[in-house]
Design a protein around this ligand. Sequence first.
Ligand SMILES: [Zn+2]
Length: 228
Amino acid sequence: MFKNIHSNIISNNQYWSYLRQNMRDKYKRVLEKYIAPQAVDTIVNWIIDYGVHLKITEERTTKLGDFRPNQHLEKGHRITINYNLNQHAFLITLVHEMAHLKTWNLFKDKVKPHGAEWKSVYREMLLPFLSLNIFPDDIAPALIEYLENPAASSCSDMNLMRILMKYDQEPKILLEEIPSSSVFKLSSGRVFRKGSQRRKYFQCLEISSGKMYLINPLAEVEPVQHLA
Ligand SMILES: [Zn+2]
């Protein structure tokens, strides 16, 4: 039977564009729940164009998100983001990880993860969102200042992080907010007494071991009342 190869190619193309559209719609529906509507199209385009497998995960206390290149992965580059970030922290973290991806595509492992190359890619990717009226009046200037020299994680910029945390639905109690000498518990269950501040961090005494530790002022704490 005579086979029309040409029409076969066209239907293949149509099939792929149908799949892409399907994926686009799926990501759009998911992302609308997590980020500002003005940002959704750009992010979805990046996900499709860069071949990202985006996974929204449980909260991890050690990180807000991460990126793994497609070297050993079947589904493409993988980006994970904690589900419980507020919409501004979610977008900023997602662009942070996307910048890792773009830096990886350009330089592979020849550059440092948060080196000058990543910083300039991150700046270039995040700046356009500042003109979309997404960020409130307190976040925007903190973000602009942060972008002058973006740090490894948005957590390590105390000023930006402190402002971002104000937008969390369940306000957390932070180490910097409780009085000196208070006894508190971290999410790991370890119990400490708050001491004095050294540069950024607080020196805290772990009750069970008697050892001193330096703890981030923005660590979420649970005050412990019954210990004197
Ligand atoms: Zn990073």
